[in-house]
Design a binder for this molecule. Sequence first.
Ligand code: GDP
Length: 443
Amino acid sequence: MPDTIIALATPPGTSALAVLRLSGPDSFSLTSQLTPVASASQSHRCYYQTLKYEGDLIDEVMITYFHGPRSYTGEDTVEITCHGNPLIIQRILQTYLKLGARMSLPGEFTQRAFLNGKLDLTQAESVIDVIEATTLEALRGAHAILEGALGQRMQTLRIRLIDLLAHLEAYIDFPDEDIKPETGQQFIDSVRLTLNEVHELISSAPLGKILREGVATVIIGSPNVGKSSLFNALLRSERAIVSPIPGTTRDLIETACNVGGFHLRLIDTAGQRTTEDMVESEGVKRALHALSQADLILYLVDASQPRISDSFQPPEPLPHQHFISVAHKSDLGVHPDHHQKIAVSSKTGEGLKQLEESIRQKLNGGRDLEKQGWLTINARQEAALSHAEEALLRSLNALMKSDPPELASIHLREALQSIGEVVGLATNEDILDALFSKFCIGK
Ligand code: GDP
């Protein structure tokens, strides 16, 4: 029998209201010791009640009862909305703990929902993405997965693989039955189609990472090229100090802003030059470190000056890094050396829209996300699908080389298993504990 767990579901501290949540077999019986309605409650109904313990008033509250399995966790669940005073919250928690409930672990409500079959693992994982999404687009993607879009795609792939395996194994068992040549080709085509679909999902992983974690964006270039001004222009605020004195920005300044549906963690850096000043040279060192960690690099040059006059040579971007060259201060004119770059003036605002559009295009990899949706996978799902991809490839090779069909069958089974792992079939306890421990308490 599982424990009955309790947690505060709203942020700690003082607020107008706070919500505590209880789940488990004793949720109603424990609550009935504080208020008489619990045992006679109807599911999904909210009751105005007075919570009392040993004759002492705790608070006037609203309580909603969810009778399992029609609840988030699938178990009997109680939600208590009380006044948002930490003293009241503490008293309710302590009283329930005294009566026999225990504090929930991070993500334990969602873990129970998964174990009770209310959500598959992709849906359970998306709950945290829904809570933490920082742009509307990231939220849209998380909602789509919570509604089952990724789980359904996995299910389609699994059904196809099960069908293929059934055919292959029938052939292994009855090798003398005549198989038409076109059946063999259809079989190969179907494995190839599955492989392509898995590959397409894997290719959404980098986009998923930046949608979930934000985009580390570094603005880099010579001193005085206008990095802080562009930083402020993108933020539409005066966050970084702008001055005509080279070397003004000595440390990294980081602020978040949303551009084209992406959450940019925008980092203004010290201008890159050789300097005797210890503080400034530390700033330059930090800038280079930030550069190596960046997802997106905005490289600024002075638009009006020929390329040769700029002593700063940007390092080669790493394979996963996006790189955009900006001809800055374009209001002062654009030298022909920079006609390929995006011309931007932080002073007049010229080119800012194009820069934002270019950032959006780079980050979404040229996909039309309005049409294709924002369905992306996370790192765990990517690892499982990469296994599936390798196994499908081995299976396809075995079929093309006319190896014994048993070989192709073994690889197809492996692919089926890996695809099952995405939705949480045959996932071991350690993986689940690690996954749900990333959640907040109360979810
Ligand atoms: P940083 O050292 O690269 O961070 O450069 P700043 O943002 O501090 O700007 C250096 C100087 O260039 C300041 O005097 C700014 O007013 C000026 N500046 C910045 N952006 C523009 C621009 O778009 N056009 C013009 N004409 N001047 C600019």
